[in-house]
Design a protein around this ligand. Structure first.
Ligand SMILES: [Zn+2]
Length: 374
């Protein structure tokens, strides 16, 4: 990376007295007294900060019951399992209203399994048991989402979480499609997610061992065929075309917020180069943004992807409910230590991405150096 391409900024633990409310492409943190004091002191302080925050969060986790740590999230997932028969039966109704209700129920269940379930399972946040964690990853990611578990886990947990906003690694660039214009991307591209996801998964199978490829093919087929079979046998669809159309609609019901949330939370915030990446607490406080709570998205995507994304990036093995519980501790800690705690509304981010689409989604992002904190 050419030096002149970099936006060199300095950040100090004694500066930036206000929490950064992310309302647009962020300004570089301003240089201050400690710009001339990079190096070991900052790194040492950073290590202490993360340790302090971990201790505070650990204290909350220790005092929490099983219900708070895992139970409430499982309760939501179980309710979705129980709603499945109702959804398929509603689709068999002659009443338009009940039919639409069936679409909504199955759409919500599908996204709860494929987003909330897959996400928590890929982080091992659904169970403390290694074997059960493995089972749930295969179920939610391969059967429900039609994607290879290993590649989903590597791409999300190892790359995106391990190298958040590091250009070329965890920088969310997989979500960029520069060939599409802003309106096509924001309004029409999400509709293709139910079709593109299994196709991408199939394309990636050539990179995995034959054993994994066969297993993924079997589990993906199980998910897609059982969905189709239930529409024919339980909902009573006569036409295969209508059954496939119904699958497409329910699987794409919340595809718009899914795509939007994935770009809103990181793109436009400071990006880092691998050789200058800051330590963990700075990487997450500068490079992650929380959206406000929303009942539908809280239910289907989970708090860790909506209002507690910062907390999730700092403590990725916490369940959605625990991310919500530690949110006040994390936000107050970051604010007290003069670190950013990025928050913005869905509509504000939507407007920003529409107005600055070229800058955010087409051109390469500027690199931010947090001097002294690498
Ligand atoms: Zn995650």
């Amino acid at each position: 990376m050419e030096p002149e391409e970099r936006r060199r900024v300095s950040e100090s633990l004694s500066s930036n007295q206000q929490t950064m409310k992310e309302t647009g492409t962020p300004e570089s943190p301003t240089c201050n007294d400690s710009c001339s004091d990079p190096g070991h002191a900052g790194v040492r302080k950073e290590g202490m900060l993360m340790g302090e925050l971990e201790a505070l969060v650990q204290e909350v986790v220790k005092k929490s019951s099983w219900w708070e740590r895992h139970g409430l999230d499982w309760f939501i997932l179980v309710l979705n399992f129980l709603a499945l028969p109702l959804g398929f039966l509603c689709l068999g109704s002659q009443s338009t209203l009940i039919f639409v209700l069936g679409i909504i129920i199955l759409g919500v269940v599908h996204h709860t399994f494929t987003v909330k379930g897959s996400h928590l399972a890929s982080h091992g946040a659904l169970s403390n048991s290694k074997h059960w964690s493995r089972f749930w990853v295969l179920f939610f990611v391969e059967v429900c989402t039609s994607f290879t578990a290993e590649q989903a886990t590597d791409g999300h947990v190892k790359l995106h979480h391990g190298y958040t906003n590091v250009v070329g690694l965890g920088d969310s660039s997989t979500w960029k499609l520069p060939l599409l214009n802003r309106y096509v991307y924001m309004f029409f591209a999400p509709l293709m997610i139910p079709i593109i996801t299994p196709l991408v998964a199939l394309g990636l199978l050539k990179n995995v061992e034959p054993r994994i490829a066969i297993r993924t093919l079997c589990l993906m087929s199980l998910g897609l065929l059982s969905h189709y079979w239930l529409l024919i046998k339980v909902s009573g669809f006569q036409s295969p075309v209508f059954a496939l159309l119904c699958m497409f609609i329910t699987r794409g019901l919340l595809a718009h917020p899914y795509l939007h949330v994935n770009i809103f939370q990181h793109i436009g915030l400071p990006m880092f180069s691998l050789d200058k990446k800051p330590r963990r607490i700075h990487m997450m406080s500068f490079g992650v943004l929380n959206l406000p709570r929303n009942p539908i998205l809280d239910w289907t995507f989970g708090h860790s992807l909506i209002s507690c994304h910062v907390e999730h990036h700092l403590f990725p093995r916490l369940s959605d409910n625990m991310c919500l519980k530690v949110k006040p501790v994390v936000s107050q800690f970051l604010q007290k230590n003069h670190l950013p705690y990025n928050e913005d509304s869905y509509l504000s981010r939507f407007g920003l991405f529409l107005s600055k689409y070229e800058e955010l989604m087409v051109h390469a992002p500027p690199i931010t150096d947090l001097v002294g904190l690498q």
